[in-house]
Design a protein around this ligand. Structure first.
Ligand SMILES: [Zn+2]
Ligand SMILES: [Zn+2]
Length: 394
């Protein structure tokens, strides 16, 4: 029902029902419930005042690292302007509730079954040919909610290679879309605009299109090598949605590329992960300031850490620096260390054969056998099969 007058009209039509309601309220005493308005023998209740208050936004504690702020982001998100199932504004709300600082909405150029010229809901020519629309619609809401919003789009080729690339920070997505028939031109036009190009879900396969075979091991194809050598690849997703590609860590170390963990979310967040799910992929960005410009600078400087499913993947020197800023290690005696995790980050540690988790703000004392010089963070990875080792030469 759209407003109170309509409700009253409805109540009048169903006078008997309204009377019954009134007699039900009488059994609790003759006073109508608090926050209600009486009119004859009907009353309206303010749903706003009796609803459950919304849960506070998820709070993710991470200290600054070497003078950089650690921003929480997701740089691969879809809406109804391609094949996602919610509006751009809802993505802003979800991100704020999840404690994120920055997102990019990256609707497909090539695939738009819902709002578009030919989709289920027709847009006029001006809107249908505007590949910045999702950004423009989300921007006022993002500003209102103090969320940083990066302009983005997904270049979505059905053959693999090249597969899918996100163009982030372009000034205008329309010239990229205008080159839709030739992916090489799309990448070039993105680069000419200073965009950051991210190779998405490298495990994505399209066997029917003559691409990488389903179930085959991932490899950095000749085509991707060519794209990389042209300077048209700056980062790769090591996590996408619920997929995880550990080999990407080595690819990024060998080629100086940035690591990403993105949701690539299509349904609502509630449907995909449940609200505020700590397993949802997040890319941590070590930025000079909490601004879009600083996020861009950090991306090109490759200061990102991927976090999903209680695992972190990072590159040197940033992953060890994040650990140093996050964990206090104190020698109580030469044989006893006390460790405290001051963050919301998941930490599983082994020290000389002792295995333990370090939950937030819990002080944990651990015996250290003679000769043990390092502790291993088993869920923070700095290379394929290479967990982070921290010297403890106390
Ligand atoms: Zn994709
Ligand atoms: Zn996508």
């Amino acid at each position: 029902m759209s407003n109170r007058r309509e409700f009253l009209k409805y109540s009048a039509l169903f006078g008997a029902a309204a009377t019954t309601l009134s007699s039900v309220s009488a059994s609790f005493g003759d006073d109508p419930p608090k926050n209600s308005v009486t009119t004859g023998n009907t009353y309206t209740v303010s749903m706003h005042s009796i609803r459950t208050p919304p849960a506070p936004a998820r709070s993710i504690t991470i200290p600054d690292v070497d003078g950089f702020k650690v921003l929480k982001g997701d740089f691969h998100i879809h809406t109804l302007f391609s094949d996602g199932q919610v509006m751009p504004k809802d993505r802003v709300t979800e991100a704020v509730n999840n404690g994120l600082d920055v997102i990019a909405i990256t609707d497909h150029i090539e695939y738009r079954p819902f709002f578009s010229k030919t989709g289920r809901w027709k847009l006029n020519d001006g809107q249908a040919n505007n590949f910045n629309l999702w950004y423009e619609i989300a921007k006022p809401e993002a500003e209102k909610r103090n969320l940083l919003l990066v302009r983005g789009t997904e270049i979505t080729k059905s053959t693999m290679p090249p597969g899918h690339f996100n163009a982030l920070f372009a000034n205008d997505n329309n010239p990229i879309a205008a080159a839709v028939d030739d992916w090489r031109t799309m990448l070039k036009v993105s680069i000419d605009q200073g965009a950051f190009l991210l190779w998405n879900h490298p495990g994505w396969q399209a066997p029917k299109s003559g691409g990488i075979e389903q179930g085959a091991p991932l490899w950095f194809t000749d085509t991707h090598e060519e794209i990389y050598k042209l300077g048209q690849m700056h980062g790769i997703e090591i996590f996408n949605s619920v997929e995880h590609y550990p080999v990407v860590s080595d690819w990024c170390n060998e080629r100086n590329l940035a690591l990403f963990a993105n949701s690539d979310i299509h349904p609502s967040e509630l449907e995909q992960y449940g609200i505020q799910n700590p397993l949802r992929p997040i890319t941590l960005v070590l930025a000079k300031e909490r601004t879009v410009e600083s996020v861009k600078e950090a991306f090109f400087a490759k200061r990102t850490i991927a976090w999903a499913a209680n695992i972190l993947w990072g590159r040197g020197p940033w992953l060890p620096a994040l650990f140093k800023a996050s964990v206090n290690i104190k020698a109580i005696t030469p044989g006893t260390l006390e460790l405290t995790n001051n963050t919301s980050l998941p930490l599983s540690v082994t020290l000389g054969g002792t295995v333990f988790d370090l939950p937030k703000n819990v002080k944990r004392q651990v015996y250290r056998a003679e000769g043990v010089q390092t502790l291993t963070v088993t869920n923070w990875m700095i290379g394929m099969n290479k967990p982070l080792e921290i010297p403890i030469g106390v």
